[in-house]
Design a protein around this ligand. Sequence first.
Ligand code: HPA
Ligand code: ZN
Length: 336
Amino acid sequence: MTDIASFVAVLPKAELHVHVEGTLEPELAFALAERNGVELPYASVEEMRAAYHFSNLQDFLDVYYAGASVLLERRDFHDLTWAYLERAHADNVRHAEIFFDPQTHTARGVPFGAVVEGIRAALDEARARFGLTSRLILCFLRHLDEAAAFETLEAAMPYREHIAGVGLDSAERGNPPRKFARVFRRAREAGFVPVAHAGEEGPAAYVREALDVLRVTRIDHGNNALDDPRLVAELVARQVPLTVCPLSNLRLRVVDDLASHPLRRMLEQDLLVTVNSDDPAYFGGYVNANYVAVAEALGLGAAELLRLARNSFEAAWLDAGDRGKLIDELAAAAGA
Ligand code: HPA
Ligand code: ZN
């Protein structure tokens, strides 16, 4: 391991932007395809992995939704989530806030309950075995309409206690946050914490709308917010967290190369920025690989890496006692 990799490895951290469907490794996809009698459009694991070349977000989404077709039963969602949690634990992730896309599954006839119960069982096991705590965030697919999002919110109500927040993902351009203003209002009234993907491919104006219209407390990605200095000033003043995903940005061509990634500028401007993996099975690395790749490309040192890990706890939905403990553990790990 490089010096950076071994430093990153010992830091306790939270992961706040990871889609459970995006943790489906080709090996597990093939195993589930066989178990469920589903055909994948690839002859082998190698061919599936070799197909992961994307020119933009939509290119990726086509492959990602096709991969999810192998997920049918409660135990499939359990096995998928468990595989992620083992990887996260190996990366010293102490707390994970995990997105899931119920509409991708209910559209294929999978019951909402099978999805949530399968994921939930794995989260409970990770807490018991690793002390890894977690929250679940239901994402609405923004390329679908408002009525479909309302139906999904209704389906979630019996599982209210298991779902901490709602988010917004899928194709950003042409699907502005305001399309879901009423759904988010209902979700907030029901006690879900609102977040949204914004400013990944969409403009700074979508970040502004996510804040003002959806009243989100955290922005997923947020790269293009940097185009609007007044918006940046507000994000800084309010310390609204940004969940940034460097390898995702690279693989979806949101940035040309990691050396031009905005993370250093975000840190310099005092944005509450965090590092996350997004869809690690598709983008070539779990959370530690994201820290290492961006640190190497931008020349980030120990102080900046420590700041990023600390930010992950500051931005997480933890109670004050747990947050304080994790930040103390981080300081001890960094000093050792
Ligand atoms: N952006 C939008 N939708 C997504 C992403 C992303 O990075 N990953 C999975 N769904
Ligand atoms: Zn995402």
